[in-house]
Design a protein around this ligand. Structure first.
Ligand code: COA
Length: 307
C-alpha cells in the first residue's frame, strides 16, 4: 500500500432544531435579515462534543469497515473540548476503543483542515488508518443575548477515516497558516463567550481563503477550472459566494449545508463534504478543494482526490 484514500465518513447533529423564527423571540433580529446577511435558516443546538464526535465516528468506522485494532489513532479537531483535560479525543477512545493514539487539535474553524493534513501524513508514516473528526458545541460558548454571534453559531460533528490504499495519495497539496496578531478579531476567554469583530473577520476570511486556495491549486499543477467541488468553511453564505466568485468556481460546485447547520466551526467542512459524498456528487478522480479560516487567525486549504 503506497497511497491513501478516504475510506469512511459519518456525521452527527443534535436533535434540537432552532429556527430563525425561534431566535426572533429572544433577540432583536428577524428571519429575513438573517437569511439575507448569512444564508442561515436553522441550526442544531445541544449535546456535548464527546457525544456528537462519538456518534459521527461510529458511522465513519462502519463505512470504512476496518478492524478496530488496525487503526493508528484518532485526531479530533475541536474548539470546544468538554474538559480542560483529558482531551475529548480520549473520551471518544473510551467509548469506541480505537487502537493507537488520540489527541485534540484546536485551530478553531480551520481545525479540520489542519487535522486532515496531520492525519494524512501520519497514515503515510504509520501505514495504518486514522480517524479524523471535527466536532464542536459552539452553543456552550455563545452569548444568546448577542445577536451578532447567536444567529451564526451552532453544534455538530463530522468524521472521516483516512486509510492506506493502492491508489495515489488522496492529499495532493495543502497550505496551513496562522497570524496570531489577529487574536483580537475573534476569541473566547476561558469560561467566557465568543467575541467577534464580524466585519473584520468577513473581509480577512475571503482574502485569506482566496490566496490559500490559489496557492494550493497552482502548486499542485492544476487550475481552478479543474476543481469539481469547493468545500469552504460554512461561516456565512456571503463569504462562501464571494469566494467561489473570486475563484471562478460556479455556485453549483460549492458544497453548502449552512442553511440548515449554521457555523459549526471544526465540524463545518466535514459536514459539507460528507453531504456531497452522500448525495453522490463525487465521482472517482473528482478534485475537492477544502478551505477553512477562524480564530487565531488560522486558515488553511487542502486539495484532495476522491478515489
Ligand atoms: N439582526 C438584525 N439586524 C442586525 C443584526 C441581526 N442579527 N446584526 C446586525 N444588525 C444590523 C446592524 O445593527 C446594522 O444596522 P444599521 O445599518 O442600522 O446600523 C445592520 O444590521 C448591518 O450590520 P453589520 O454589522 O454591518 O452587518 P454585516 O452585514 O456585517 O453582518 C455578520 C454581520 C456578523 C453576519 C457578518 O459580519 C459576518 O458574518 N461576519 C463574519 C463572521 C464569521 O464568519 N465568523 C466566524 C468566522 S470562523
Amino acid at each position: 500500500m503506497t497511497g491513501t484514500s478516504i475510506a469512511g465518513w459519518g456525521t452527527s447533529l443534535p436533535d434540537k432544531i432552532v429556527t430563525n423564527f425561534d431566535l426572533e423571540k429572544i433577540l432583536d433580529t428577524n428571519n429575513d435579515w438573517i437569511v439575507e446577511r448569512t444564508g442561515i435558516r436553522e441550526r442544531r443546538l445541544g449535546g456535548t462534543t464527546e457525544s456528537l464526535a462519538t456518534a459521527a465516528t461510529i458511522k465513519a468506522l462502519k463505512t470504512a469497515d476496518l478492524d478496530l485494532d488496525s487503526y493508528g489513532g484518532l485526531i479530533l479537531a475541536t474548539t470546544t473540548p468538554d474538559k480542560t483535560t483529558p482531551g475529548t479525543s480520549a473520551l471518544i477512545h473510551k467509548n469506541l476503543g480505537i487502537s493507537g493514539f488520540a489527541f485534540d487539535i484546536n485551530a478553531a474553524c480551520a481545525g479540520f483542515i489542519y487535522s486532515f493534513v496531520v492525519a494524512h501524513q501520519m497514515v503515510k508514516s504509520l501505514n495504518q488508518p486514522i480517524v479524523v473528526v471535527g466536532a464542536d458545541t459552539l452553543s456552550r460558548i455563545t452569548d444568546m443575548t448577542d445577536r451578532s454571534t447567536a444567529i451564526l453559531l451552532a453544534d455538530g460533528a463530522g468524521a472521516l477515516v483516512i486509510a492506506p490504499s493502492n491508489e495515489e495519495d488522496c492529499l495532493l497539496g495543502y497550505d496551513l497558516q496562522v497570524d496570531g496578531n489577529l487574536e483580537d478579531i475573534l476569541y473566547c476567554d476561558l469560561g467566557g463567550y465568543l467575541k467577534m469583530n464580524g466585519k473584520e473577520v468577513f473581509k480577512r476570511a475571503i482574502r485569506a481563503a482566496e490566496k490559500s486556495t490559489n496557492k494550493v491549486v497552482e502548486e499542485a499543477g492544476y487550475s481552478m477550472s479543474d476543481i469539481d467541488l469547493l468545500v469552504p468553511h460554512q461561516a456565512n453564505k456571503r463569504i462562501m459566494d464571494a469566494l467561489s466568485e473570486r475563484l471562478g468556481i460556479p455556485a453549483q460546485k460549492c458544497a453548502s449545508v449552512i442553511e440548515r447547520t449554521g457555523n459549526t466551526s471544526s465540524a463545518s467542512v466535514p459536514l459539507a463534504l460528507i453531504d456531497s459524498i452522500e448525495s453522490d456528487s463525487l465521482k472517482p478522480g473528482s478534485l475537492i478543494l477544502m478551505t477553512g479560516f477562524g480564530a487565531g487567525m488560522t486558515w488553511g486549504s487542502a486539495l484532495v482526490r476522491w478515489q
